[in-house]
Design a protein around this ligand. Structure first.
Ligand code: AMP
Length: 425
């Protein structure tokens, strides 16, 4: 038997109803905040992620699905391509390539699969789904203003609330900017020098290439060392400090609860200033439901114009796991099972089905090979409320027998009134 590859899975009904429920709700929320959808390619040139995410990140250094795409013709050069491990780099690339600032398009959202070669476990997959949004570019809609950061965070709280997800925690930090981070990096490098030899191999490498990434380390033995390292909060310059305070004050004004976690650095290299994560207790070890932050300077790093940016990615798999609704509760069941009774009645049944579906009635259509008893059993098993009997006598008289499977009640309904009768609960 051929199985789905490790770390991937089929999303099946009725669960897909929950996924659609989530996606419909987030689309509604994005609409009221005036975000518009963007769909970027599933694969991009490898260089985009190397530059946009950062060579030293776990994602780029060990988790990407990359291949050499051979040219088809002599003139066609081969190129290195990668299945997107995240979507921010792709959105910023599209922003630059399509000059979206000229069209006033700077609040964008996406929904789609991402790919990382991670060790699969509950809540962690190699193909997973993210719902994300980005605010890129200059004022009035974009901008470096702390008002943008707070608005994005408030939108996320609204989104979780609308989905009925309670018990989340918002952790917030400022990771500084290109002006104050070098001093912190230097202090970190110094503090790491005498202790790196005792740390894990990844940290030994990070200490040299990108010391900030040491904070990504999950190795238990390294944690006491990491605990004693200098804190970013001590190195923020005045502008970053004020920006961080402003974000917090707006959040307090709009009554969004948060906690400051000055260890939070997030997994991607391009973050500046505000970095955040929402966690949820019910998720277990993989408790991060979403993460994001500001990335002023990413556009320039990718060859674009100066453009501040802030965004986030929600793990849709984990969002669905956090719902309290059951798939059954959001799934619309068929309203009626049409049972053609007797030879030659398929045509009449097809006409009835077409009429009812025009009125948005969900119809499951039987065929004339089924005996009536079998039709009742099928409807009952599928929790379909009504069976509509399409027999020869009914077709001639224009009144059809409608049987309520739950109550057993059987009534005769005129053809023109069927849809209304069936939809009435
Ligand atoms: P990141 O792009 O790493 O900041 O991740 C943003 C969110 O995506 C996380 O908070 C998770 O909810 C989700 N996520 C990241 N990696 C995975 C994965 N391998 N499987 C499922 N969800 C993931």
């Amino acid at each position: 038997m051929i199985k789905a590859p490790r770390g991937t899975r089929d999303l099946l009904p009725p669960d897909t109803a929950l996924w659609n429920f989530v996606e419909a709700a987030v689309r509604d929320v994005f609409r009221i905040y005036n975000f518009h959808e963007i769909r970027t390619p599933i694969f991009e040139s490898t260089e985009l992620f190397a530059r946009g995410v950062g060579e030293e990140t776990d994602i780029v250094s060990k988790e990407m699905y990359t291949w050499e795409d051979k040219g088809r013709a002599e003139s066609d050069k081969s190129q290195m391509l990668t299945l997107r491990p995240e979507n921010t780099a792709g959105v910023v690339r599209a922003y630059i390539e399509n000059k979206l600032w000229d069209r006033g398009l700077n609040k964008l959202f996406y929904i789609g699969p991402q790919f990382r070669r991670e060790r699969p476990q509950k809540g962690r997959y190699r193909q997973f789904y993210q719902i994300g949004a980005e605010v890129i570019g200059p004022a009035p809609s974009g901008s470096e203003s702390p008002a943008r950061d707070a608005e994005v965070l408030e939108m996320l709280a609204t989104l979780l609330d609308r989905l009925g997800i309670t018990g989340w925690t918002l952790e917030l930090n400022s990771v500084g900017c290109k002006d104050c981070r070098p001093a912190f990096n230097e202090a970190l490098r110094k503090a790491l020098e005498p202790v790196t030899a005792t740390m894990c191999a990844d940290c030994q490498r990070r200490a040299v290439t990108n010391p900030l990434r040491v904070f990504d380390c999950k190795v238990p033995a390294d944690q006491p060392i990491i605990e004693k390292l200098p804190r970013l909060s001590e190195f923020l310059d005045d502008a970053c400090r004020k920006n961080f305070v402003d974000v917090q004050e707006i959040l307090t004004a709009v009554e969004i609860p948060f906690t400051v976690n000055d260890r939070l650095v997030r997994g991607l290299d391009y973050y500046t200033r505000t970095a955040f994560e929402f966690t949820h207790g019910a998720l277990g070890a993989q408790n991060a439901i979403l993460g994001g932050g500001r990335y002023d300077g990413l556009s320039e790093a990718l060859g674009g114009p100066p453009a501040p940016g802030i965004g986030f990615a929600i793990g849709e798999d984990r969002l669905v796991m956090s719902l309290t609704q059951s798939a059954e509760s959001v799934l619309r069941k068929p309203d009626v099972y049409i049972a053609p009774l007797g030879v030659g009645m398929n045509r009449e049944a097809a006409r009835l089905a077409r009429e009812l579906r025009r009125h948005d009635v969900i119809v499951e259509l039987g065929d004339e090979s089924f005996r009536l008893k079998k039709a009742f059993e099928t409807a009952s098993k599928a929790s379909i409320r009504y069976v509509l009997i399409a027999g020869e006598n009914e077709a001639q008289s224009g009144a059809f027998t409608l049987k309520n499977i739950e109550s057993g009640e059987q009534i005769s309904v005129a053809r023109a009134e069927l849809a209304e009768r069936i939809r009435k609960r």
